[in-house]
Design a protein around this ligand. Structure first.
Ligand code: PFF
Length: 448
C-alpha cells in the first residue's frame, strides 16, 4: 500500500527545519573555537569560501535528489537510474549514509545529554537546590545515561509525530527561541570586562596561521555544520513542496547556518576572555581551550564568578545548547526512520521508538566505554565518512541523475532559473569540480 507522503507546509517550515538540522553543537561549540585557534577572521574567510564553493553545491545535490525521488536516501539513490550497477551502488552508499547518520546520533545524543544535565543543574541552582545542582554538574556514567536517555526520548517523541506535527512544528518553535537566547547572551557578555579582547582575537585575521590542516578542518566543519553526506538534507528535501525554488531555499539555509556560527563566535570567544579577566585559565598548551573543558569548566567558572546573575546566564546558555542539539538530533533520527517507514510495514510511531531505542543502545555503549569509543566514532563519522559520502552524493547528482530531470527539478518553483548563474554553473560543477575538489582536500588530509 502506498502511504501518503507528508510535506513541509511552507518554505519557511522547511527553512526552519533544515536550519535546525544545520545549526547545532557544531556551530556554537565547534566553529568559534576552530576560528579562534585558526587565525580568527582568516579561518572565517576560508570557511566562507569552502561553504559556498563546496558545501552549498553538495547541499544542492542532496536537495534536488531528495525532492525528485521523494524518498529516503537508500530508495532515492537506487532509484536514480535503472542501470543495475548504479542501483546496487545506490543501495550501498545509501545504507552507509544511514549507518553514519545513526552513529553520529549515538555520540551526539551523549553530548546533548551533558548539555541537558548542565541545564538541569543551573535550573536547580536557580531554585536554591544546591546539592542536586552539584550532582547534576558532575560528570558520571549514571548521570550521562539518564540525561542522554531523556534527550533521546524527546527526540524520538518529536520524530514520531511526523514531518508537519513533529519536525516542522518543533523547529518553528525552537529556532526562534535559539536565536533570541543567542542574541540576549551576546548582548550581556559584550558588556563584561575583557570581552573586547575576545572580539579582537575572533575578528582580526592572522594569515600566518593558514595551513593545509586549517583548510581541512574548515572543510570538515562546513560539512558537519550543514549536516551533509548522511541523507539528512536529502530526506528533508524530499518533503519540500513542488512550488519552492531549491537554489534559493538552499542558499538561505546555508546563510542561516553561517550566520548563527558567526554569532556564536561573538558569544563564546568574548565570554572566554571575560572569564580570563576574572582569573579563569582559558589557554591550554598555547591554544584556546576548545574541548569539553571549555564548555564544562571555563564557561561555568565564568558563570560562577558573575554573582547572582550567573545561574540565570548559565541556564540560558545550556538551554541554547540543548535546543541546538535537539533540532539537529531530530533530523538525524529522521534518516533511518524514513527508511523504516518507507521500506517496511512499520508505521512512523513504531519506527521512531524502535530506531530511537536501537540508537540509544549505541549511545549507552559509548557512554560506558567512553575512552576507547568516543573519539574513534567522531573521527570515523565526521572526518572520514561525511566528506566521502559528500563526494558520492555529488557523483550521483552529476552522473546517475537524468540530466533533464535534474534541470526540471531546478526549474520547479523557479521560473527564471535559466537566466541564473546557478543554472549555468552548478550542473557541470557538481559533476566534475565539486567531487574532485572535495577529494583533493580529503586526500591531503589523509596523507599529511
Ligand atoms: N549540523 C549539526 C551541527 O552543526 O551540530 C550536526 C549534524 C546534524 C551532523 C545532522 C549530521 C547530521 F546529519
Amino acid at each position: 500500500m502506498l502511504k501518503q507522503r507528508e510535506q513541509f507546509t511552507s518554505r519557511l517550515g522547511f527553512v526552519l527545519a533544515a536550519a535546525g538540522s544545520a545549526v547545532g553543537l557544531g556551530n556554537i561549540w565547534g566553529f568559534p573555537t576552530n576560528t579562534a585557534n585558526g587565525g580568527g577572521a582568516a579561518f572565517v574567510l576560508i570557511y566562507l569560501v569552502l561553504a559556498f564553493t563546496l558545501a552549498y553545491p553538495a547541499l544542492m545535490a542532496e536537495l534536488t535528489i531528495g525532492r525528485h525521488t521523494r524518498a529516503n536516501i537508500v530508495t532515492a539513490l537506487q532509484g536514480l537510474s535503472p542501470r543495475p550497477g548504479v542501483r546496487l551502488t545506490g543501495r550501498l552508499v545509501g545504507s552507509y549514509g544511514i549507518l553514519v547518520a545513526s552513529l553520529i546520533l549515538c555520540f551526539y545524543s551523549l553530548v546533548a545529554g551533558w548539555m541537558a544535565a548542565n541545564l538541569a543543574s543551573s535550573g536547580a541552582a536557580l531554585a536554591g537546590l544546591d546539592r542536586p545542582a552539584a550532582w547534576l554538574a558532575r560528570d558520571g556514567v549514571p548521570r550521562n545515561l539518564l540525561f542522554a536517555g531523556l534527550f533521546s526520548l524527546i527526540t524520538a517523541g518529536v520524530v514520531s509525530e511526523g514531518v508537519k506535527h513533529g519536525i516542522e512544528r518543533w523547529s518553528s518553535r525552537l529556532m526562534p527561541t535559539l536565536v533570541a537566547l543567542l542574541v540576549a547572551l551576546i548582548g550581556y557578555v559584550l558588556t563584561r570586562d575583557g570581552a573586547i579582547a575576545g572580539l579582537t582575537v575572533y575578528l582580526l585575521p592572522d594569515f600566518a596561521r593558514i595551513s593545509s590542516t586549517l583548510v581541512i578542518s574548515a572543510l570538515g566543519q562546513a560539512f558537519f555544520s550543514l549536516s551533509l553526506g548522511v541523507g539528512t538534507m536529502l530526506v528533508y528535501g524530499s518533503y519540500i513542496r513542488e512550488g519552492d525554488s531549491l537554489p534559493a531555499t538552499g542558499a538561505i539555509v546555508t546563510l542561516v547556518d553561517i550566520g548563527v556560527a558567526f554569532l556564536a563566535g561573538l558569544l563564546i570567544i568574548p565570554a572566554m576572555f571575560a572569564g580570563r579577566e576574572l582569573g579563569v585559565e582559558i589557554y591550554a598548551n598555547g591554544q584556546l581551550q576548545a574541548g569539553p573543558d571549555l564548555i564544562f569548566r571555563v564557561l561555568p567558572a565564568l558563570f560562577d564568578s558573575m554573582g547572582p546573575l550567573g545561574n540565570g546566564v548559565a541556564t540560558a546558555f545550556f538551554a541554547l545548547m540543548t535546543i541546538a542539539a535537539l533540532t539537529s538530533s531530530i533530523s538525524m533520527l529522521e534518516v533511518p526512520v524514513a527508511l523504516a517507514t518507507e521500506t517496511t510495514s512499520l508505521n512512523r510511531k513504531t519506527a521512531a521508538w524502535l530506531v530511537g531505542g536501537i540508537i540509544f543502545a549505541g549511545t549507552a555503549t559509548i557512554a560506558v566505554f567512553f575512552d576507547p569509543l568516543f573519539g574513534a566514532v567522531v573521527t570515523l563519522t565526521t572526518e572520514f565518512s561525511q566528506p566521502l559520502l559528500g563526494i558520492a552524493l555529488c557523483l550521483f547528482a552529476g552522473w546517475a541523475f537524468n540530466r533533464n530531470a535534474l534541470l526540471e527539478e531546478i526549474r520547479a518553483g523557479n521560473p527564471g532559473a535559466q537566466k541564473t548563474l546557478f543554472w549555468k554553473v552548478w550542473p557541470t560543477y557538481v559533476r566534475y569540480f565539486c567531487p574532485l575538489l572535495i577529494a583533493t582536500v580529503f586526500v591531503q588530509a589523509i596523507f599529511l
